[in-house]
Ligand binder design. Structure first.
Ligand code: DAU
Length: 349
């Protein structure tokens, strides 16, 4: 690592979609920081997201699992700060098998907090999610609202979130939490709705839209989300939570139509399929607290989405490697969608 760097930050899950963007942004904007990327490289971890850092002396990769307490203890030693991004993130996978979510998300967070206490880390930030609030039909949640998660994924994150907001402070660990909305941009694993629908549409395959498609999600560009995390890390108050969202909320059906329009593909590609179990209808959070720290989104959704869709069109080799070559992905896709597509067809939708 470069002698110039004055602080060493541990970023967990840095080979993932959000973690990799955060590392690149941080190194680009802060010459005084060195980053250790601690990542297990699960099915969705991919170091090619960080290929531009190959020659960067302020960056180091260490393969490891946040659920492994002894390994976490070793890697945290000597670090000034921790940004904990590592997580199992896909709701549909958690509905098939939830155990890994509690191991990575809940136990992993506990291990990091305990290690932070023992090695005197100055600050820790947990990247949480708007899903911990659950769904609401009108209005939006503030950081003071109670948590009401519904899936194994969001429950495992809510437990982590409570460890960070209620437990960390009581044992003297300075911890800040961000709760982000649905994030989009380049390099997102193609199980998530935007890269999945774009890549399916590019190959004229059906877009499996869950239920009536009227669920509402708020969409934030990954760089805006990462700038929000950095703002909360630098300026947030210990023990506080900061919502991170954009002004752009829309129904899944409208998102799907926009994607098809950008690609010039027909709406007949949309296939309504059986809904997700306990599918949260609408997520909505207010990011006023983070805005008060000077943060703003920079990317408007129409341009951001267009750029992102075209990025997947122009980087087909990246997602084809996953969708066509990864046996794990193919098994998951068959397991998660086969029954659904069939039931929907029988139901005449
Ligand atoms: O809100 C923040 C959350 O956003 C993060 O905490 C999660 O880690 C992240 O996965 C994302 O959760 P969602 O479940 O909202 O994302 P996903 O891309 O899976 O789905 C977005 C919406 O699209 C959701 O209402 C379900 C719907 N959907 C999704 C897929 C994969 C479909 O209609 N068809 C699909 O095939």
């Amino acid at each position: 690592m470069s002698p110039r760097a004055k602080r060493t930050i541990l970023v967990t899950g840095g080979a993932g979609f959000i973690g990799s963007c955060l590392i690149k942004l941080w190194l680009r904007t802060d010459p005084d920081v060195s980053i250790i990327n601690y990542d297990k490289l699960t099915y969705c971890g991919d170091l090619s997201r960080l290929k531009e850092l190959r020659a960067e002396r302020r960056y180091r990769f260490v393969r490891g699992d946040v659920a492994d307490a002894a390994a976490v203890e070793r890697i945290v030693r000597g670090c000034d700060g921790i940004v904990h991004v590592a997580a199992e993130t896909h709701v549909d996978r958690s509905l098939l098998e939830g155990r890994a979510f509690f191991e990575a998300n809940t136990i992993g967070t506990y291990n990091l907090i305990e290690a932070a206490r023992r090695s005197g880390v100055r600050r820790m930030l947990l990247v949480s999610t708007d899903e911990v609030y659950g769904s609401r039909d009108k209005g939006s949640f503030t950081e003071r609202d109670p948590l009401n998660p519904t899936s194994p994924y969001s429950i495992s994150k809510a437990a982590a979130d409570l460890l960070a907001t209620r437990y960390a402070g009581s044992i003297g660990v300075d911890c800040v939490v961000t709760r982000g909305s649905n994030t989009y941009g380049p390099y997102q694993y193609p199980e998530k709705v935007i890269p999945l629908f774009v890549s399916n549409a590019l190959h004229d395959r059906p877009l499996p839209l869950y239920g009536d498609g009227r669920q509402v999600r708020n969409w934030i560009h990954v760089e805006d989300h990462c700038r929000g995390i950095l703002t909360a890390y630098r300026k947030g108050k210990a023990g506080e939570v900061y919502n991170v969202s954009s002004p752009d909320s829309l129904r899944n059906i409208d998102l799907t139509r926009r994607i098809l329009r950008i690609l010039g593909k027909p709406e007949t590609l949309v296939r309504r399929v059986t809904d997700r179990i306990g599918h949260d209808r609408r997520y909505a959070i207010r990011p006023d607290k983070l805005r008060a720290l000077g943060w703003r989104t920079r990317r408007a959704f129409p341009e951001g989405l267009r750029e992102t869709v075209l990025w997947y069109r122009d980087h087909e080799a990246w997602w084809r490697r996953i969708k066509e070559k990864s046996e794990e992905f193919k098994r998951y896709y068959a397991r998660a969608y086969a029954g659904r597509l069939m039931k929907a067809a029988q139901g005449g939708r």
